[in-house]
Design a protein around this ligand. Structure first.
Ligand SMILES: C[S@@+](CC[C@H](N)C(=O)[O-])C[C@H]1O[C@@H](n2cnc3c(N)ncnc32)[C@H](O)[C@@H]1O
Length: 323
């Protein structure tokens, strides 16, 4: 995140920090510290957690949280996926206070794609399929607002009831539905309220509520410049591609949030690309995510924008397979 000098760039940099809750991260660290140590039965005095500002900023939890915000994912404290502490993993929705789970590198990638779309005059709206609290889509709306762009819409597609139970054979064993992962279930009211908090809820934001297989085929989306997919499952990814890729302008971007995190997501993308003869280069964003630019673009040679693989060690929430 290196904001340029303009107010627009500074606003967008601040918007990202706010969506990621990195401005007040020590408070999130305090809650995480409190919850985790209470569950472990070794809670230090409350005054120490609340008042020791420097102590909390020096703590391992703070450090891990800070790293997790750069690359997306969850705080994992004490081993992969809080191994041995399933109740800590389950409790994370109490202390995960960011408005997006995608991290700084992926917000920067959206920023880069939008800059390129505007620079090259690629026509179309912006969509995220799989919005959770809506943070990535809020950033898209913030970008349009900051650049005084009024002829594009932001579409937010989600069940707002969490993920569907897996039915496709390639999703077998990957049940992220709300009974198992309740924190993936965020209501449309809550998402709208979050857009409102940022003063970004208006008629340029359109919500497509329901399962992708029902909403996307009939969605009144005419043309897209950006398709950001974050639906985790094979079926969710394939529904987005089947219904929306044909509406993506040449020179537009496809972002696949879970390409390297979830094999069923990668398989859907690979199957679709193979079946449709798509050979556009897949470019890494961070350890999990990739994007490509639909060929026919006016400017070739998309850059990776400096999104290097970062060392993750134990801080990533990636082993999401249900045991
Ligand atoms: C990993 S979360 C998205 C994270 C989000 N992009 C962010 O910025 O933090 C996945 C979301 O996809 C939605 N979802 C997945 N499959 C879906 C489907 N087939 N139909 C509707 N919503 C779906 C879930 O409800 C959930 O909100």
């Amino acid at each position: 995140m290196k904001p340029g000098g303009s107010l627009t760039e500074r606003y967008l940099a601040l918007l990202k920090k706010s969506l990621l809750n990195v401005l007040y991260l020590e408070n999130e660290a305090r809650i995480a510290y409190f919850v985790i140590h209470a569950l472990r039965g070794n809670l230090p005095p409350a005054t120490q957690i609340v008042s020791d500002f420097l102590g909390i900023r020096r703590s391992e939890i703070f450090h891990l949280l800070k790293e997790a915000r750069k690359v997306g994912g969850w705080l994992v404290y004490g081993g992969a996926n809080n191994a041995g502490h399933p109740e800590e993993a389950a409790a994370r929705n109490f202390f995960f206070t960011a408005h997006t789970m995608i991290g700084e590198a992926r917000l920067d990638n959206i920023h880069y794609c939008l800059d390129t779309i505007i620079r090259d005059g690629i026509p179309g709206d912006l969509i995220e399929t799989g919005a959770w609290k809506g943070g990535a889509a809020i950033f898209m709306r913030g970008y349009l607002s900051a650049h005084d762009i009024h002829n594009r819409l932001v579409w937010v597609a989600d069940s707002f009831e969490g993920l569907p139970r897996p039915t496709h054979e390639k999703d077998e064993g990957w049940d992220f539905s709300k009974d198992i992962f309740p924190y993936l279930c965020v209501s449309i009211e809550e998402v709208k309220e979050l857009f409102e908090r940022y003063d970004l809820l208006d008629d340029k934001v359109r919500f497509l509520k329901g399962w992708f297989c029902d909403t996307l085929p009939v969605a009144p989306v005419e043309r897209l410049a950006l398709l950001r997919m974050d639906g985790d499952l094979y079926e969710s990814t394939m529904d987005a591609l089947n219904n929306l890729y044909p509406r993506l302008s040449d020179g537009g971007f496809v972002i696949v949030d879970d390409f390297n995190a979830l094999p069923q997501c990668r398989e859907a993308v690979n199957d679709y690309r193979r079946d449709h003869g798509i050979a556009d280069e897949i470019i890494p964003i961070d350890q999990d995510s990739v994007y490509w630019r639909k060929s026919g673009s006016r400017s070739s040679n998309p850059s990776t924008q400096g999104h290097s693989m970062r060392s993750l060690l134990k801080l990533l929430f990636s082993p999401r397979r249900v045991q």
